[in-house]
Design a protein around this ligand. Structure first.
Ligand code: AMP
Ligand code: MG
Length: 401
């Protein structure tokens, strides 16, 4: 049995395994790039917008022609034309003239402000009254205001969001270079496990972890391969692990990670690869295994679904992100805890919480085998290793899922 690692040590060891290893790069159409990780910095090669634009419906003017005007003493300008949407303006603003322009229209040459139509009056006969003075730059977005040519618009390692796709669209990036999704093999072990479609007999349970971990792996940005349920026997587990590492970048084995007679994962990893640690000082999730088989990271996760999920969230997610050159971006919000929680395990403890309508964090207590405890939870809090617990009303940091 290896020495139990602190979470920080465990993350350090996991980090070493992906430092040198990255998935490959591929090009995907922009419409398939949501959630994918950008493979290199995206540098703009043009300005957005490519011309000065009006941000309102109104009249393009020389600001100085409007100075001092008011409702009672409008500036009267001669209408010199109209800018058509989608076309370049072919007008030039001369003193005491204005040009009608719509929101997003090309700003006529010479104009330095736009007055909103609401602050004007059309007197007919080509005369426009301006009721409010404009300062230079009013109601204009200038060429390159959004993005300037040469700007690093998005950095390598960014997990693309809808916002990012909007930016890429503005730049005309029809195809995006992204990191290939790490392939994550999922193996469940346990003689008591039956397929979802089966009715478990006494002593048997349905296999929760396969579905849970396949979904989690995909949420983390990977693509999962399901290797199904393997019996608690050395030969089939060894074969399954060897087969899975031949096809995958990472393999997750759940169950059999403790030190019991039927707990074979550590032994199997050690016999066909290298066991890097067995045990992390966290609750839930102490019996967690990590090693390398044929150079590929292999996790042995606890069998209890909640523990398996927590360990996946805390330790597998950074690995999956790391393989794509991305850092895990956790969103943390402070909140008051609504109930006291005690803890004195000498291990960092992770507790799922629900954020109430009042914004307070309600801890969800339950035995780690109870998967339904995770429903409606928003994230988790961490009770430090040497703390006796947290009193009701204390401020905690909620790490959102
Ligand atoms: P183990 O880590 O094999 O000792 O399993 C710990 C607990 O988790 C046992 O009660 C198992 O029955 C349960 N368990 C293991 N694997 C799964 C699974 N795939 N789905 C649901 N429960 C599981
Ligand atoms: Mg078992």
């Amino acid at each position: 049995m290896l020495e139990v690692k602190t979470p920080k040590e465990a993350l350090g060891i996991i980090g070493e395994t992906y430092k040198a290893h990255r998935t490959q790069i591929e090009k995907v159409p922009i419409n398939n790039s949501l959630g994918r990780v950008l493979s290199s910095d995206l540098v703009a090669i043009e300005h957005v917008p490519g011309f000065d634009r009006s941000t309102v419906d109104g009249y393009a003017v020389l600001a100085k022609d409007t100075f001092g005007c008011s409702e009672s003493m409008p500036a009267v300008l001669t209408l010199a034309g109209e800018v058509l949407m989608g076309a370049a303006s072919n007008n030039e603003i001369k003193p005491d003239t204005c040009v009608a322009v719509s929101t997003g229209g090309d700003l006529p040459e010479g104009a330095d402000a736009v007055v909103m139509v609401e602050h004007t009056e059309d007197y007919g006969g080509g005369l426009i009254g301006i009721m409010r003075p404009a300062a230079p730059g009013n109601n204009i977005i200038f060429k390159g205001d959004d993005v300037s040519s040469g700007d690093i618009v998005l950095k390598a390692g960014t997990m693309l969001t809808a916002h990012d796709l909007g930016i890429l669209s503005a730049l005309g990036s029809c195809e995006v270079g992204v990191m290939k999704k790490p392939v994550i093999g999922v193996i469940s072990t346990g003689d008591e496990l039956v397929e979802l479609s089966q009715k478990p007999g006494r002593g048997q349970i349905r296999d929760v972890n396969t579905t849970l971990l396949v979904a989690a792996a995909e949420q983390f940005g990977g693509v999962a391969i399901n290797y199904g349920i393997i019996r608690d026997e050395e030969r089939p587990l060894t074969d399954a692990v060897k087969y899975a590492v031949s096809e995958c970048d990472v393999v997750l084995i759940s169950g059999g990670s403790s030190a019991g007679l039927r707990d074979l994962t550590a032994h199997v990893v050690e016999s066909v690869g290298e066991l890097l640690f067995h045990g992390i000082a966290v609750k839930p999730g102490k019996p967690t295994i990590f090693g390398l088989v044929e150079g590929k990271p292999v996790f042995g996760l606890p069998g209890h679904p909640v523990a398996a999920y927590m360990v996946a969230e805390l330790f597998v997610r950074p690995l999956v992100s790391g393989l794509m050159g991305a850092a895990v971006k956790r969103r943390i919000i402070p909140a008051i805890i609504s109930e006291a929680v005690s803890s004195n395990h000498g291990r960092e403890e992770y507790l799922a919480v629900i954020i109430g309508d009042d914004g307070a964090a309600k801890p969800v207590r339950g035995k780690s085998g109870l998967i339904a405890g995770l429903k409606y939870t928003d994230g988790h809090i961490c009770i430090p290793r040497d703390s006796e617990g947290i009193p009701a009303g204390a401020l905690v940091d909620i790490v959102l899922w």
